[in-house]
Design a protein around this ligand. Structure first.
Ligand code: NAD
Ligand code: ZN
Length: 359
């Protein structure tokens, strides 16, 4: 078991679930205690797919009594007020107290929902993230953003609530469908271009091992990305500055994600392509750098173009992004190898042109 330590979050990384209790003891400064000696009750929240593929392995490794499970339907729809209420009611019925623990075992949906339940139940009880998708391991389980959707408005209700720790078992990714793996790869690629350009070379040189889901390659990429995310969050927990670099590809992506009903990861790689094209137009980067981006997208089968909606429709959705300030579209653009910067002076006409070039 390895540990990524920083001031706001503790992250443990392994290739199985067996060391979970060891991590729990480390965080609580105890030795060899069973989870029931630390918490009076434990509620494990998961979804149907993770229940079938991962949950029994995790529960077996816990070796605990007083564990109750709540399984939500798989998919974004579970991040809603109705499910939120049902989980809270279940927690109450199961007798959870302020000394109980909630464990989220699943992707970003389960993590965001469970974190918000933990933040709200009795004004906040301990919670642990056990992410099982690539996206959750490198992104959503780190940083303390929790929440649910209100109808079609994503993540508008929530709280910053840090988990006691995040426990990542990289081999959980073996049962993840390829489409979901690809979804997470888009965020993985993002980390290279916003923070660590050498990582892009690693991705290109080790693409076969990554796509074959070899433990050592998975461990390397997940660790690298989790470290970057943890560092960014440590420097800027509430998104005042540095944390904004994580939005690279997301502002442009937001528009196509909503209109084309494509996966988030696909929208992010298309969004990154738009940002790259804009940088190229402004002479912030050269062709060679842009080609590296295209090369990595091709290797991991990440789309860079979209079909369907008109440019102005995409632009108007971009303008509704809650990350904009004072109605200006804020854009993260690549400026040099492994670095992006915020620009808010791009006029609509240029944005429309770029969108058109990506169709
Ligand atoms: P998800 O949680 O819906 O998981 C994707 C699919 O994979 C689901 O069908 C799930 O059942 C299945 N699955 C999960 N692990 C599996 C495994 N090991 N084997 C087999 N199947 C498995 O989606 P996601 O992409 O993990 O997360 C998306 C959510 O994360 C969105 O709601 C998004 O808003 C949120 N998010 C939050 C943050 C944050 O900082 N809190 C950051 C990014 C995204
Ligand atoms: Zn994202």
């Amino acid at each position: 078991m390895e540990k990524i330590e920083n001031k706001v979050c503790s992250i443990f990384l392994d290739e199985n679930y067996r060391s979970f209790t060891k991590a729990l003891n480390q965080v609580n400064s105890t030795t060899d205690k069973n989870i029931n000696e630390i918490y009076d009750r434990v509620l494990v929240i998961s979804d149907e797919n993770v229940y079938k593929t991962q949950l029994h392995k995790f529960i077996d490794s816990l070796n605990a009594k007083f564990v109750s499970e709540y399984i939500v339907p798989a998919g974004e729809e579970s991040k809603c007020i109705d499910t939120f209420q049902k989980v809270l009611e279940h927690a109450l019925k199961a007798g959870l107290t302020r000394k109980s623990l909630i464990i989220a075992v699943g992707g970003g949906v389960v993590g965001d929902l469970s974190g918000y339940v933990a933040a709200s139940y009795m004004r906040g009880i301990d919670f642990v993230q056990v992410p099982t998708t690539l996206l959750a391991q490198v992104d959503s389980s780190i940083g303390g953003k929790t929440g649910i959707n209100l109808g079609t408005y994503k993540n508008v209700v929530g709280a910053f609530y840090q988990p006691k720790f995040t426990f990542i078992n990289v081999s959980a990714l073996r049962t993840l469908p390829d489409s979901e793996f690809r979804n997470g790869m888009s965020e993985v690629v993002k980390y290279g271009f916003i923070y660590d350009y050498e990582f892009i070379d690693y991705l290109l040189e080790n693409s076969d091992d990554i796509l074959d889901k070899r433990d050592s390659a998975l461990r390397y990429i997940v660790k690298k990305c989790a470290e970057i995310k943890a560092h960014v969050v440590e420097v800027d927990e509430k998104e005042g500055g540095l944390r904004k670099i994580l939005n690279f590809g997301h502002t442009f992506g937001h528009g196509v994600e909503k209109l084309c009903h494509i996966a988030h990861g696909e929208a992010v790689s298309i969004g990154m392509n738009m940002a790259f094209k804009l940088s190229l137009k402004r002479n912030l980067i050269n062709e060679e750098y842009y080609n590296k981006f295209l090369q990595v997208c091709e290797k991991f089968n990440l789309p860079t173009e979209f079909e369907g909606p008109e440019e102005h429709e995409v632009l108007s959705i971009m303008k509704t992004d809650k990350k904009n300030s004072f109605s200006k579209v804020n854009m993260m653009l690549p400026v040099e190898h492994g670095k992006v910067d915020l620009f808010n002076d791009v006029d609509d006409e240029t944005i429309l042109e770029i969108i058109k070039e990506c169709k």
